[in-house]
Ligand binder design. Structure first.
Ligand code: FE2
Ligand code: FE2
Length: 293
């Protein structure tokens, strides 16, 4: 069994009713609210190169998010939980750009929003073998293991934690984004309609997640899972998924925090790819993964 899944075996206490929300919120507090990277984003203390490093590495941490939703939805359906299957299906539809009419709309796809956001920053994070920091790589691997080995409830717990973390993190990041790159993201009166449209598209990925995850994805999934609070075994699995996300997200931020202090040439490598600086090659850092999607 993978280390990331094995870690889950040691977790879990029976939670009283409505304790699930407390569990997610308190775990998230440590991961996001007390995190140096998120605090720096909130305080707008990074420069442009540092923000790009954050954006490029952050783009990778949950590349199999859609597949996790699909797997969770299928398992929920097999398990016979119509509510949970419906919530995950609705989340999946949002991700894939499938509207209320059941039709795919290119302009609604979260992946397209993400690509627009990264391209607006000048990032080509979809190149093959994009270089990842070790903490990013481990996060990716943990999520791939969760997809392979996770249960309905560990996957659902992981998704629940993500839907809670994302709006908090992106709200902080958006403050730095708008502060550092006003010419790319902030609408101005002098903008032509075309420039305004480009800026709206560039903002969409982050702005939409700040609102939609907090208002819909998190509370709906929470409600679908709270009904299991009387089942100690299932709650243990849900907690396991929550803890998995929090553990790897903390490692991701810790590594990013160190990388933020790297020399500019090293940050450039982890943002745009290209030739690896010799000191990184010597250190063994600089694993790659690709393609982005
Ligand atoms: Fe999304
Ligand atoms: Fe979401």
């Amino acid at each position: 069994m993978n280390e990331s899944i094995g870690m889950c075996a040691s977790i879990g206490m029976l939670a009283p009713r409505s304790a699930l929300k407390d569990y997610v919120i308190s775990g998230c507090k440590e991961v996001v609210r007390e995190n140096p990277v998120v605090l720096a984003l909130q305080r707008k203390s990074y420069d442009r190169a540092q923000y790009k490093l954050y954006a490029a590495q952050r783009a990778y941490v949950a590349t199999n998010f859609i597949r996790l939703l699909k797997k969770g939805q299928g398992l929920a359906f097999e398990f016979g939980d119509v509510e949970l299957a419906g919530v995950l299906q609705s989340n999946l539809n949002d991700e894939q750009g499938i509207g209320p009419d059941g039709q795919y709309d290119h302009a609604l796809s979260h992946l397209n929003w993400k690509i627009d956001y990264l391209r607006a920053l000048g990032l080509e994070a979809d190149v093959p073998e994009f270089p990842l920091l070790p903490g990013t790589q481990r996060h990716v691997e943990a999520f791939l293991a969760l997809e392979r080995e996770g249960t309905l409830f560990s996957i659902s717990g992981a998704l629940l934690s993500l839907e809670n973390i994302i709006p908090l993190e992106y709200r902080a990041a958006s403050w730095s984004r708008d502060h550092l790159f006003p010419e790319i993201f902030n609408l101005g009166e002098a903008d032509t309609p075309q420039v305004q449209q480009e800026k709206i598209r560039a903002r969409k990925y982050m702005d939409d997640h700040i609102i939609h995850d907090a208002k819909y994805h998190f509370p709906l999934l929470l409600r679908a899972l709270e009904k299991y609070e009387g089942n100690a075994d299932l709650m243990r699995e849900i907690h396991c998924g929550i803890d998995l996300v929090n553990h790897y997200r903390k490692q991701f931020y810790a590594d990013l925090h160190v990388a933020m202090q790297l020399a500019a040439s090293d940050m450039h490598f982890y943002t745009f790819g290209g030739a690896m600086p010799p000191q990184l090659a010597a250190s063994g850092m600089g694993g790659g993964i690709g393609p982005f999607v």
